[in-house]
Design a protein around this ligand. Structure first.
Ligand code: BGC
Ligand code: CA
Length: 297
């Protein structure tokens, strides 16, 4: 049958056209009897059953005015094609939207990953910044301590230097020069060479000292113990006034310091005094003797 599918069934539009044709014929036909109502309408074979009637000359409307099954079939085919095209467009657009959504989702995932990396990097930098700040604070504290220690150390060094200078100055005053001997707040130099009384006196003066003068028995005994049997000039003379013996510091020479029988001004030429292993003796000033210098501390 024309217009049927592979299984012999009529299409939807073909069935609709035939039902419309049957309905029109019912309207145009005489009133049906009860028997007619009981008759079943065979829509499947309606075409074969009504065709002879449609061909009768008494029909009011020609068949040409009835809906043409062939034209409906073509219209239905166009509608089906449109639906197919719409489905294709819908599927295509859906595929495009899915592709765009997938691409956007991938981009979003990449951006989210980058943002996560940036947050991680920011956290690391913040942590490092905190650590660097802590280290800097420690360094500043250490620097402050070192500066304080440096100031204290500088003060200590200055104080120590002052103390040392004070001690050295005292030690220098209290200490006799090399080759000088200390005794009772004084330093004594015993010459190794010999010279007359005046040269000996000048030699002591050149050493910021003078020929030794005796102030006590202990001093005389100490000097005698240091010279042994040799003779040494001391700082006494009667050059200004014969018989008036004076020490170089202006004091008169004590009588007890003279050796027995001295001063005798032998040959009327003895104006300078010296010390021997006994006591004092007056001798000529041009004699060549050792000498003793004295320096007060
Ligand atoms: C005398 C001294 C004197 C000396 C001169 C001695 O023998 O006792 O008084 O000064 O000779 O060299
Ligand atoms: Ca004498």
């Amino acid at each position: 049958m024309e217009g049927s599918d592979v299984y012999g069934n009529m299409g939807f539009h073909q069935q609709t056209g035939r039902r419309a044709l049957v309905d029109r014929r019912r309207i145009q036909a005489p009133a049906k009897t009860a028997v007619d109502d009981e008759e079943e309408v065979d829509y499947a074979n309606i075409e074969d059953s009504v065709e002879p009637e449609e061909k009768t000359p008494n029909s009011k409307k020609p068949l040409a005015e009835e809906p043409k099954p062939q034209a409906a079939t073509k219209s239905n085919a166009c509608g089906a094609k449109s639906i197919v095209v719409l489905y294709i467009l819908l599927i295509g657009s859906s595929a495009v939207w899915m592709a765009l959504f997938s691409r956007a989702f991938a981009k979003y995932s990449e951006i989210a990953a980058v943002l996560q990396d940036l947050r991680t990097t920011q956290k690391i930098l913040q942590d490092n910044d905190s650590e660097i700040a802590a280290v800097l604070q420690d360094l500043r504290t250490t620097q402050k301590i070192l500066q304080d220690n440096d100031s204290q150390l500088s003060a200590l060094v200055t104080s120590f230097g002052n103390d040392m200078s004070h001690l050295i100055s005292k030690v220098c005053i209290k200490t006799c020069p090399c080759e000088w001997i200390s005794f009772n707040e004084a330093c004594y130099y015993f010459s190794k060479e010999r010279a007359d009384w005046h040269k000996a006196k000048e030699s002591c003066n050149s050493k910021n000292a003078s020929l030794a003068v005796i102030s006590s028995d202990q001093e005389l005994d100490y000097l005698k113990s240091r010279i042994g049997s040799t003779h040494h000039w001391l700082g006494l003379s009667d050059s200004e006034t014969e018989g008036s013996w004076k020490w170089l510091d202006g004091r008169l020479v004590e009588t007890r310091f003279w050796n027995s029988g001295e001063p005798n001004n032998a040959a009327n030429n003895e104006d300078c005094g010296k010390v021997t292993n006994s006591k004092l003796n007056d001798v000529p000033c041009n004699s060549e003797e050792h000498w003793i210098c004295e320096m007060k501390l």
